[in-house]
Design a protein around this ligand. Structure first.
Ligand code: DAS
Length: 329
């Protein structure tokens, strides 16, 4: 029986950090080194290795990820049945969501990494890579969008979130939980998304855009908001308090800004939906929505920023952007 063909694309991250310098580790293992240390991978799939970047995931840029999207689609169209991306875990919740929104192919895309580097006892990179290749080779996530495999759990990129700085069980998909898991050599999918995957096409030559994530803080004057347009930002995600609330002193400036660029209202609780008709005080969710802000609904601020960036890069108008946030995700 022919084995599925899986490309392992390496970006760096803790999974690749086997080199100690000064007081810590740095990335030095590319896809070929990661795969060659695990001969059992060849029993699961025919593996192609693709080195893409060698950085901590805090060193990735959004244009890097659009270039990665292109490479993934080329691989899936011409050479392989599935792709596994290995990268740093710090930004997996953003990178996997960006891939979920932009990869055109329906074939499996699986992102993984490690919480403990290869020099640390109990390092989890090899187990995560084997699990990710198993999920990719199974084909069970075809048509489901990008998933993240960590610690034998399969998370959907729409919900996955890093919740701990160092624990190997750092990933959760609150309020849903993982969509499946890996047990021995078996891949189980228990949940599937109820809605179609939103797909955004970005022309690589389109002008770069910048989206600010601004957090509402108790006692802050919010004076930065007055300068957002001058600083060259193209949109903002406002990480508001609770159900979508902010201090009254910046409401007028926010309204002015919302007439110039999309201002998306998300919650710094990073859980639950932005309300729309519960509170009416100045700076409440209903006040801000009336003043032209766009509700992120249940999308957390980090993912809302990725979505807004992609929509701006795709040249969408403010009303089209509002429609996607309110009805499409
Ligand atoms: N070094 C961090 C990163 O590259 C953490 C990690 O990979 O777990 O994101």
């Amino acid at each position: 029986m022919t084995k599925p063909r899986v490309a392992v694309v390496s970006l760096g991250g803790t999974i690749s950090m086997a080199k100690k310098v000064a007081s810590g580790v740095v990335p030095n293992l590319d896809a070929e080194s990661l795969v060659s240390s695990l001969p059992e991978l060849r029993d699961i799939a025919e593996i192609k290795t693709v080195p893409f970047r060698m950085v901590a995931s805090s060193g990735l840029s959004l244009p890097d990820l659009l270039a990665l999207r292109q490479d993934i689609d080329d691989l899936l169209q011409n050479e392989v049945d599935a792709v596994v991306v290995t990268q740093g875990t710090d930004t997996i919740e953003e990178t996997s969501f960006l891939l979920n929104l932009t990869v055109r192919s329906e074939k499996p895309v699986v992102v993984t990494g490690a919480m403990r580097d290869p020099t640390t006892p109990g390092s989890d990179g090899q187990a995560n890579l084997i699990a990710a290749v198993r999920v990719a080779a199974s084909g069970y996530t075809s048509g489901l969008g990008t998933v993240v495999v960590m610690n034998d759990d399969i998370h959907h990129s729409r919900y996955v979130k890093k919740t701990h700085t160092s624990n190997p069980a750092a990933f959760s998909s609150f309020p849903l939980g993982p969509i499946g898991w890996i047990s021995e050599d078996r891949v189980r999918i228990a949940l599937k998304p109820a809605t179609d995957r939103l797909r955004i096409t970005v022309d690589p030559g389109s002008p770069e855009k910048e989206v600010l994530l601004f957090t509402a803080l108790l006692g802050d004057s919010g004076k930065l908001i007055r300068h957002v347009a001058d600083l060259g930002y193209d949109g903002i995600v406002l990480e508001a308090m609770g159900a979508g609330h902010i201090y009254p002193s910046i409401v007028d400036n926010l309204e002015k800004l919302a007439s110039k660029m999309p201002v998306v209202l998300a919650s710094r609780t990073r859980n639950g939906e932005i309300l729309s008709k519960t509170y009416s005080f100045r700076g409440s969710e209903s006040d801000l929505l009336k003043r032209g802000l766009i509700s992120a609904r249940s999308l957390n601020p980090l993912k809302a920023r990725i979505l807004l960036y992609l929509l701006l890069r795709a040249g969408k108008t403010k009303e089209e952007i509002r429609n996607v946030f309110e009805n499409g995700i």
